[in-house]
Unconditional design. Structure first.
Length: 424
């Protein structure tokens, strides 16, 4: 029986066969051009043969009889599934009674940490249930892969992580998630290095960190401790770096130095937020971005709007890998999250890539992990035989429209399994 969570979304909408044909799917074929300008997107109707979680074939739609079971997309557009690569599933108000964050004016990060310590005892008993509600919300919007930061702190101990693992186990096969062990109250400040090390054997993929100067007060010692855990346990690193001034820039330089002399860390460092990049001079930004690209450093940005805009377009031009996430849906930090990665693609288009057909279609990459239906030349890049059967069916004519209008999604497949919606 399907189980309805606090989000009101069915988490198991119905089984589909391991081998079937998804018929009447709209796929993008190429760009429409007027002279040298791209003004639209050509599409066609196709059938996708899916077996054991992978796409076996992509052929023009036909009504010819088939021995295989057939499910109809009814002409809906197929998009790659979305990836929410910065979210906190473990400590949310979502699914509970309305609760706005406390006033932030005049409060420091240390004040917020102190406040969280008082709130966590009430959140822990419901953290598994609420994490599952959040997963249902993500699936509804087409996200089947996430990276969730999970508190490791003196109040929660390892219980937040235990509850998150329970929730993820309940969604095994329907939702994939990497876990970051996150010392929200400061790695050194809260003396949680032993707990962090213990968490490494509990399904954690990344060692987290937080503002080594503003919170821990000792940049080099904090970063050395974070990297030490990662190297000792063969994990990646994903650090929250909110520091926007010189201390943030210094931390980025120190981390790049560390990665450059530590081969096991290359390609395994993510800078979440990294607001200091927005305040570098153009020359410093380019030099830093080149070092980041050479060492495989990723930036995970929630695409903030405010006094300074992140230089995401320049980072991409320099070869830096970009990811995005919805961060807080509703918790003590923010009430404004939707859990919808199309919101992030839409915002990326408004800030960076533009309102034309080509720019809108490119903006989708921030939501899909750089998987796009068409490459820059207008040739189909997805889906192809052999690809994982991870797709969203949207009520849109093309990806540009889906980004601009944040089109409704009617069905979501993860590894060939229908994880949201219903088809006939």
């Amino acid at each position: 029986m399907a189980r309805t969570t606090t989000a009101g979304v069915q988490s198991n909408p119905g089984a589909v066969p391991a081998h079937f044909i998804l018929t009447d799917v709209t796929l993008e074929d190429g760009f429409v051009r007027d002279g040298g300008e791209i003004i639209g997107t050509r599409t066609g109707r196709y059938d996708l043969e899916i077996k054991d979680g992978r796409i076996l074939s992509v052929t023009p739609a036909t009504a010819a009889p088939s021995a295989l079971p057939r499910l109809s997309a009814e002409g809906r557009l197929a998009l790659p599934t979305f990836r929410d690569m910065h979210i906190h599933l473990d400590k949310t108000f979502y699914g509970g009674p309305w609760q706005a964050p406390r006033p932030r004016k005049g409060k420091t990060i240390m004040d917020m940490i102190a406040l969280e310590r008082t709130l966590l005892p009430d959140l822990l008993p419901v953290s598994r249930e609420r994490a599952e509600g959040m997963i249902d919300l993500l699936l509804k919007h087409g996200t089947t892969t996430a990276r969730s930061h999970c508190n490791i702190d003196p109040v929660s101990g390892l219980r937040s992580l235990e509850h998150l693992n329970q929730a993820l186990e309940n969604y095994r096969g329907r939702f994939s998630c990497e876990i970051v062990a996150f010392p929200q109250h400061g790695l050194l400040l809260s003396e949680v290095e032993p707990l962090m090390r213990e968490s490494m054997g509990m399904g954690v993929a990344f060692v987290g960190g937080l503002d080594p100067t503003n919170v821990d007060g000792r940049m080099e010692a904090s970063l050395d401790a974070m990297f030490g855990i990662a190297v000792d346990h063969d994990k990646g690193v994903d650090i929250h770096l909110h520091e926007s001034g010189p201390s943030g820039a210094a931390a980025i330089r120190y981390m790049l130095d560390t990665v450059e002399r530590t081969p096991s860390l290359k390609g395994r460092l993510t800078l979440s937020h990294a607001f200091a990049l927005a305040n570098l001079s153009p020359a410093d930004l380019d030099a830093t971005a080149e070092r980041m690209a050479a060492s495989g450093v990723t930036v995970a940005s929630t695409i903030p709007i405010g006094r300074s805009m992140m230089p995401l377009a320049r980072l991409r031009e320099k070869g830096v890998r970009l990811m995005s996430g919805t961060d807080s849906v509703i918790d003590m930090w923010s009430p404004f999250g939707s859990g919808d990665m199309l919101d992030k693609a839409n915002l990326h288009a408004q800030l960076y890539s533009g309102s034309d057909e080509f720019g809108l279609s490119r903006a989708l990459a921030i939501a899909t992990g750089d998987v796009l239906p068409l490459n820059d030349a207008g040739e189909r890049a997805w889906p192809k035989p052999g690809d994982a059967a991870d797709l969203v069916l949207a009520d849109a004519s093309c990806s540009a429209e889906a980004v601009a209008r944040k089109s409704e999604r009617s069905a979501v497949f993860h590894k060939g399994r229908l994880v949201f919606g219903a088809l006939t």
